[in-house]
Ligand binder design. Structure first.
Ligand code: ZN
Length: 73
């Protein structure tokens, strides 16, 4: 399964580009060149709570990450 399509890129009015995770729909980050988003995407870890909120359940095969490094808003 290709992993390149986990993130969607959206141009912003400021001329930057925003990366959105298609699994948890969180904004991963924003950068000028789209290429610069890859580093932020690589560090992104979906929050299990977000996945549950969106889908109502956790896919057992995906629930391999321990709950750590979560960003609380
Ligand atoms: Zn995510």
């Amino acid at each position: 399964m290709p992993s390149n399509r986990q993130f969607a890129h959206r141009p912003l009015r400021s001329g930057m580009h925003e990366s959105i995770c298609l699994r948890c729909f969180r904004t991963v980050g924003a950068a000028g060149p789209v290429d610069s988003l890859s580093a932020q995407e690589a560090e992104h870890v979906c929050s299990t709570e977000d996945i549950v909120a969106l889908h109502g359940r956790i896919e057992p095969q995906k629930a391999t990450s321990p709950q750590q490094g979560e960003e609380s808003a």
